[in-house]
Design a protein around this ligand. Structure first.
Ligand code: GNR
Ligand code: NI
Length: 170
């Protein structure tokens, strides 16, 4: 098991489009374990492979309070979006300390492979729906701040670059 370093916005590698996984191998099983360990340690509810600089279409999620509901989604595709939209504050482990309101479909149907390569379909609502959409955006090279105004996004970029410089100096 290992904790993986998480890329921090505005790292350009966060804008990489991830590749589909054609066959799930032993290295994917290890990556999945390490991603869960990293996500739980960071108190996140989801993590996309993109965020740990691995550009394949794999996400892990656990929105439970007690780390009791780990989910692995490989090659996820949203096949249906509700017309109802909800707005909620989002955060991201790759954009530390920043939270802002984002509009998403309240419900989605998503198809994916589980960690054993079995095809699954899931109907997700509310927080789970938001989280899956947020993670699939990462696989497309998109970060939630990309939905904000360029004014807000540039402020966030400057703030995080400055914070990173302080860390590098110390
Ligand atoms: O931990 C996370 N919380 C969260 C809260 C609201 C909307 C989305 C998220 S996902 C985030 C973890 C993360 O950055 N996943 O990519
Ligand atoms: Ni994120």
């Amino acid at each position: 098991m290992a904790l993986l370093p998480i890329l921090c916005y505005p790292d350009p590698r966060l804008h990489t489009v991830a590749q589909p996984i054609s066959s799930i191998g032993e290295h994917h099983q290890r990556l999945i374990k390490d991603m869960f360990e990293t996500m739980y340690e960071s108190k996140g509810i989801g993590l996309a492979a993109t965020q740990v600089n691995h550009h394949e279409r794999l996400i892990v999620i656990d929105i439970s309070e007690d780390s009791s509901n780990p989910m692995v989604l490989i090659n996820p595709t949203i096949i249906k979006y509700s017309t109802e939209i909800i707005r909620a504050d989002e955060g991201c482990l790759s954009v530390p300390g920043i939270f802002d309101g984002i509009e998403r479909a309240k419900g989605i149907n998503v198809e994916f492979l589980d960690e054993r390569g079995e095809r699954k379909m899931l109907e997700a609502q509310d927080l789970l729906s938001i989280c899956i959409q947020h993670e699939i955006d990462h696989l497309e090279g998109k970060v939630f701040v990309d939905y904000l105004s360029s004014l807000k996004r540039n402020r966030i970029r400057t703030k995080l670059l400055k914070a990173q410089r302080e860390v590098d100096r110390s």
